[in-house]
Write a protein that binds this ligand. Structure first.
Ligand SMILES: C[S@@+](CC[C@H](N)C(=O)[O-])C[C@H]1O[C@@H](n2cnc3c(N)ncnc32)[C@H](O)[C@@H]1O
Length: 239
């Protein structure tokens, strides 16, 4: 599905969020609050919007995504690797930060993906997870529901793949609610799990810190083999 929507993914994204996604992405990268030069993984990077922002902030960035089509459309200019969130080709404790935009609800094994994020992050490392949300009941919720369930599938159908954009509103059902999601994040090995609603609840940002003392060796994981990363050559950098 993501291969199919990749070519016009950015255009549909901008239109369906009325450009607000740029603001939400900036908030996500800001939430990492790591020193310049920190190594950051953009998990499920897609076309690379978060990667590009993170690179502009002075982070060293690596992107990973399952979809060949998305990686082919990736113009972030950072190295990318084709990989599943549940099995990343990175050594334990090898990265300082991780961002993930609008992908949690697509992971078929969310618990396993969160555990894998914890495995590859060093103790004290930071995650910033951006996802869709739904505003609290009221006029904004009503407007959002109309837009998301009626306008977005039509817009997506017109410009891209109809089935994929019909799946989008349905996919939110796969996202655990706030307490359940935070509890999953904690169970995976994170502390200081916080959540912010963005633009009145149109999106949500979950931030957390990998447990363990910074500077200490990463806790042993079930599969602690240092796996080598094979990265695709970076595509041309977008302006
Ligand atoms: C809605 S897109 C978001 C892309 C990008 N993060 C953004 O913010 O625009 C979801 C992405 O998750 C990727 N994805 C879905 N399941 C995945 C998995 N199990 N492992 C890695 N990537 C996955 C898809 O290929 C797609 O690029």
């Amino acid at each position: 599905m993501f291969d199919a929507i990749a070519p016009r993914y950015d255009l549909v994204n901008r239109l369906m969020t009325l450009g607000l996604d740029r603001r939400w992405r900036r908030a996500t990268v800001d939430a990492l609050a790591l020193p310049p030069g920190a190594l950051v993984l953009d998990l499920a990077c897609g076309t690379g919007d978060l990667s590009r922002l993170a690179a502009r902030r002075g982070y060293r960035v690596l992107g990973a995504d399952l979809s060949e089509g998305m990686l082919a459309a990736n113009r972030s200019g950072v190295p990318v690797v084709q990989a599943r969130a549940e099995h990343l080709p990175l050594a334990d404790g090898s990265i300082d930060g991780l961002v993930c935009g609008y992908a949690l609800r697509n992971f078929t094994e969310l618990g396993a993906a969160l555990a894998e994020m914890a495995r590859v992050l060093r103790p004290g490392g930071r995650v910033a997870l951006l996802e869709v949300a739904s505003p609290p009941p009221g006029p904004m919720r009503a407007g959002f529901t109309l837009w998301f369930e009626r306008v977005v599938p039509r817009l997506g159908g017109l410009l891209s793949d109809r089935d994929a954009y019909r799946y989008l509103p349905r996919s939110t059902a796969y996202l655990p609610d706030d307490p359940a999601l935070r509890s999953l994040v904690r169970q995976a090995g994170f502390s200081a799990v916080g959540r912010r609603l963005l633009s009145g609840g149109l999106s949500q940002l979950v931030v957390a810190t990998r447990v363990g003392r910074p500077g200490a060796a990463a806790p042993a994981a079930a599969d602690s083999t240092a796996r080598e990363v094979h990265v695709a050559p970076p595509g041309p950098r977008a302006g």
